[in-house]
Design a protein around this ligand. Structure first.
Ligand code: ADP
Ligand code: ASP
Ligand code: MG
Length: 927
């Protein structure tokens, strides 16, 4: 083909690249400025306008069809569609070229969108011209420059010259046309469609040249020559498949090729008037092409990893928060940060998702491919390693086990800027034709009804329309029903502005009871009011109308409810000291395994010390919590901490883990349990504190179905509380619990064998870090007494700590010592008494042991120094082991004995961790 350059460059002839050589050779003489406004009407009279203004459209009518090359159809074709973002810059166009070159399918048809923003720029040209705003000229220059620069980056030689000449040519035509629009102050739809479709013409030609540059024979297709569509009344077009098929045959016979780069978005009417498939229509173009070729797959390349379970753009908002100093902080609040990529979607699900606003796919894309069962795969051009989302017919023999795990709701979509119209009145009930009259009036003003809901009492019909159309709708209804309104048969036509729709979509919803219950429950818990509801009987979609400002919160609430594992637990860790820190590290190391193997998702949402705290909306990165606390910690505030861990997100379960030894923290458990927060702790203060408070706590725990676990309060990680509970719950009766409950005191007496004095043994243990910094804290026996109280109460005894006689190993005169050092210095003076006791025991073949006793028969407890025969299990202990003997009705002759290390950060944290997992299993985690 030979074309002339636009007038600015004279009429020099330029030869174009090989692909165009095969087209009819003709000279197109342009009329650069004198474009007639009667373009459409002249077309209808059959005049060949192409010769006048459409240098880029070659008129192919079917009667000229040559039968030379039949286009093959079927599996050998793959269709790709590259969205605007994929071809947004020259580098991206190069990348697209590489993907095309690397696709080893026998035949490929590539549908391409305009470079990103270009279609908007083109619409803006029209808008400016018809508003008689001169700046359309500079805006057109910008369009020109963008493409000229891109082409210069990508191409050289003849290809570049050919493209630039074409570009000049088109720009001049556009200038003429825009001038005409400017003069008329109006643009017809076909003028508009003609103008805005240029973005695709240019991107397709550039991409074709790039592919050729890679050594692949490739033709570009102006789809206005092939795709024939009929406009409908609803600002949509319907493809004419049989006519398009004929035109495709014709096109292919003239330009046979294995690699075709086709323009997305644009098409022609049966009268060859250029039109478009409407905004975002390139997806639709690709689907039609896929269907025409019976391709084995249509791949839609875009800028996200696939279809997300909720709109990822709603995942990040800028929020304004006030911090504790009342300074305003702008922060990113992630809304649906839990959105996940859906691996597969059925055609119906994809359709519902796209119809309800997920613009990752044009809603009309599904129908053409569904007819031939052609799968659509959505992939991310910027992340080739992501497999993307496959949209296809669900396999019939879907694995039933998988179905159990799969959420019945596939995804959520939202539409904003809606208004509800409510037509209400007693005169509507039982009157046939009311709905017809209402929707007739809506149709007359050309408004699009997005959802409808009518209760069976027929007192009201309510429906949602785009906000911008609601005024006209209301006026039309008021005028149509004036008489009924005046007569009181209708009470009102009410408008509820600022609404949004939230739709839950999923094919499996159809067969799963309780989906709407769960959805509404999640909304209720988030305190969100529902204005209207609709669910069709296909049950693929439940739609609710909400206030616009509630929409994101609603999306988060329902999304987490359906998407998070049932055993997702939000955790707040209080007290990151030695035990808390060890627990956090254990969680860090084990979290992935728990999630993968047991579907337990443990999220630490907050860590608070006594001075600073860190919080996260989605979970703290446990490999950096120490740095976060140090560098980004805010002032600790336990109430705020609780609120944020529990209240500010929608993870179904919350647990607070108290790793402190603080009675102030313990005094909050009651309130936490009352608020539905589970509590886990190694802190002995609550269970050994005042009896009435303990009883209140336990009774609340039983009534409220919230869990309170404290295994690590006695014997660290050893199963002591759980063993005791197991005995009691199965009907055994506790007679006596006796044990060595303190690792330190166990060590002291295991080492006190006559070779050294007691004070020497204490000094050695202190040196080795086996005692508290002040050994009196161990020697006083209070800690053991607390454990005895905990076990006594667990066994049903109503004892106070003060009821317990405790043998203190701190000599009375040394209780007042000001410091640990002072105490240690004085302790040797008191060695004699213990030495004497030890010797007496030894002489009787016995040893001394410091033990706690729960005597259930006499309903009492004590902490004392007792003597045991050398063959007694308590006498054979080593190191700092604990040992606990349960004598019960069932274990009367031989007590049930639990023995093992009962102190140390690792085993204590392990005990807390196993309580957390116990909680998860109570909440339904698999075993
Ligand atoms: P293209 O130019 O490639 O056609 P679009 O902007 O038309 O790209 O569509 C992709 C965009 O769709 C994504 O960047 C994303 O912001 C948006 N989107 C909306 N809802 C969803 C969803 N549920 N999953 C994935 N993307 C979505
Ligand atoms: N370029 C067109 C648009 O922006 C079509 C598309 O990209 O799908 O609407
Ligand atoms: Mg798109």
């Amino acid at each position: 083909m030979v074309i002339t350059e636009p007038s600015t460059m004279g009429t020099r002839r330029i030869r174009t690249g090989g692909d165009l050589e095969s087209c009819d050779s003709e000279i197109v003489q342009l009329e650069p400025v004198n474009v007639k406004l009667s373009y459409a009407s002249r077309r209808q009279k059959g005049e060949s306008l192409n010769k006048h203004i459409l240098a880029s459209v070659t008129d192919i009518s079917v009667d000229k069809l040559t039968e030379e090359a039949h286009i093959p159809k079927g599996q050998m074709w793959s269709v790709h569609k590259f969205g605007g973002t994929c071809v947004g810059t020259s580098q991206r166009i190069k990348n697209v070229g590489e993907i095309i070159v690397n696709d080893d399918t026998e035949r490929k048809l590539i549908v391409v969108s305009a470079m990103s923003k270009v279609t908007d720029m083109m619409y803006d040209l029209i808008y400016k011209a018809q508003s008689r705003n001169d700046s359309y000229l500079s805006a057109l220059d910008a369009v020109f420059e963008k493409h000229q620069l891109t082409a210069c980056d990508l191409l050289d030689g003849d290809e570049l010259a050919g493209f630039l000449s074409r570009l000049h040519h088109d720009i001049n035509n556009l200038k003429a046309m825009l001038r005409a629009i400017y003069i008329a102050g109006h643009a017809t739809e076909s003028f508009t469609d003609f103008v805005v479709g240029h973005g695709e013409l240019w991107s397709a030609q550039m991409l074709a040249a790039v592919v050729r540059k890679n050594g692949i024979d490739c033709k570009w297709m102006d789809t206005r020559e092939v795709l024939i569509v009929n406009p409908t009344s609803s600002n949509q077009v319907d493809p004419d498949f049989s006519e398009s098929e004929k035109r495709l045959e014709k096109w292919f016979s003239q330009s046979p090729s294995n690699t075709i780069i086709a323009t997305g978005f644009i098409a022609s009417t049966p009268d060859n008037i250029p039109t478009t498939l409407k905004r975002d229509g390139s997806d639709f173009s690709a689907a039609i092409m896929g269907a025409l070729l019976r391709a084995h797959q249509v791949t839609i390349w875009t800028d996200v990893d696939g279809v997300y379970s909720a709109d990822p753009r709603k995942g990040c908002l800028l929020g304004i928060l006030m911090d504790h100093n009342f300074d305003i902080v702008v922060t990113r609040i992630s809304a649906v940060s839990e959105a996940v990529i859906l691996r597969t979607l059925s055609y119906q699900e994809a359709w519902e998702m796209s119809y309800f606003g997920a613009n990752v796919l044009h809603p009309r894309t599904i129908i053409p491919v569904m007819r031939y069962d052609i799968p659509i795969v959505i992939r991310n051009i910027f992340n080739l390693s992501a497999p993307g989302t496959m949209i296809c017919r669900p396999p019939v023999d879907e694995n039933e086990d998988e179905q159990i795990i799969d959420s019945p709701v596939k995804g959520f979509a939202t539409i904003d800027n809606l208004a509800l119209v409510n037509v209400e009145g007693t005169g509507m009930a039982g009157v046939p034709g009311t709905a017809n009259a209402i929707f007739g009036a809506v149709k007359d003003v050309g408004a699009n009804v997005i959802m409808i809901s009518q209760a069976s009492s027929e007192h009201s019909v309510c429906f949602a329309v785009p906000e911008k159309e609601v005024k006209a709708v209301a006026e039309a209804l008021e005028s149509k029903f004036r008489e009924a309104l005046n007569a009181g048969r209708l009470s009102q036509v009410a408008i509820v502005p600022n609404c949004s729709i939230l739709a839950a979509v999923g094919q499996k919803m159809a067969s799963t009871p309780g989906v709407s219950a769960t959805l509404f429950n999640a909304l209720a818990k988030a305190n969100i009011n529902i204005r209207a509801i609709a669910q069709g009987c296909s049950e693929y979609n439940i739609t609710v109308v909400l206030k616009r400002e509630d929409c994101i919160r609603a999306l988060r609430a329902v999304h987490s409810r359906f998407y998070l594992s049932r055993t997702t637990i939000a955790m707040g860790i209080i007290g990151p000291g030695l035990i808390g820190a060890t627990l956090l590290d254990q969680l860090r190391d084990q979290a992935a395994v728990l999630k993968e193997d047991f579907n337990i998702d443990l999220r630490v949402m907050g860590v608070t010390g006594s001075r600073t705290m860190v919080l996260s909306d989605t979970g703290i990165d446990l490999s950096t919590w120490r740095e976060l606390l140090k560098e980004k910690g805010e002032v600790a505030d336990l109430e705020k901490f609780t609120q944020l861990v529990h209240g500010n997100h929608f993870i179904p379960n919350t647990v607070l883990v108290d790793c402190t030894a603080d009675s102030n923290v313990a005094s909050r458990y009651h309130d936490w349990l009352r608020r539905g927060i589970h509590v886990i702790t190694p802190n002995k203060k609550a269970n050994s504190g005042p009896l009435d408070q303990y009883l209140k706590l336990r009774s609340l725990q039983r009534k409220s179905y919230t869990h309170y676990f404290y295994e690590a309060t006695v014997g660290a990680g050893l199963p002591i509380i759980s063993t005791l509970r197991g005995l009691l719950e199965t009907g055994d009766h506790i007679l006596r619990i006796e044990g060595i409950f303190s690792g330190t005191l166990s060590y002291l007496f295991n080492s006190f064998v006559g070779t050294r004095s007691f004070s020497e043994v204490v000094a050695e243990a202190k040196e080795a870090g086996y005692t508290e910094p002040d050994p009196r804290d161990d020697l006083s026996g209070t800690d053991v007494a607390r454990k005895v109280i905990i076990l006594a109460r667990e066994s049903g005894l109503k004892l106070e700590l003060s009821d317990l006689p405790v043998r203190s190993l701190v000599p009375e005169p040394l209780k007042a010592c000001a410091s640990a050092e002072e105490f240690m210095k004085q302790l040797p003076q008191f060695d004699e008494e213990l030495a004497k006791q030890r010797q007496e025991a030894e002489d009787a073949g016995e040893v001394l042991r410091y033990v706690g006793v729960v005597d259930a028969i006499n309903k009492e407890g004590r902490v004392e120094l007792r003597r045991y025969k050398k063959d007694h299990p308590f006498a054979q202990l080593s190191g700092s082991d604990n040992i606990i003997a349960f004598t019960t009705k069932r274990y009367k002759e031989q007590p049930l004995i639990v023995r093992g290390p009962g102190a140390g950060a690792q085993v204590t944290a392990g005990g807390i961790f196993s309580d957390i997992l116990r909680l998860a299993s109570y909440l339904g985690a698999p075993s």
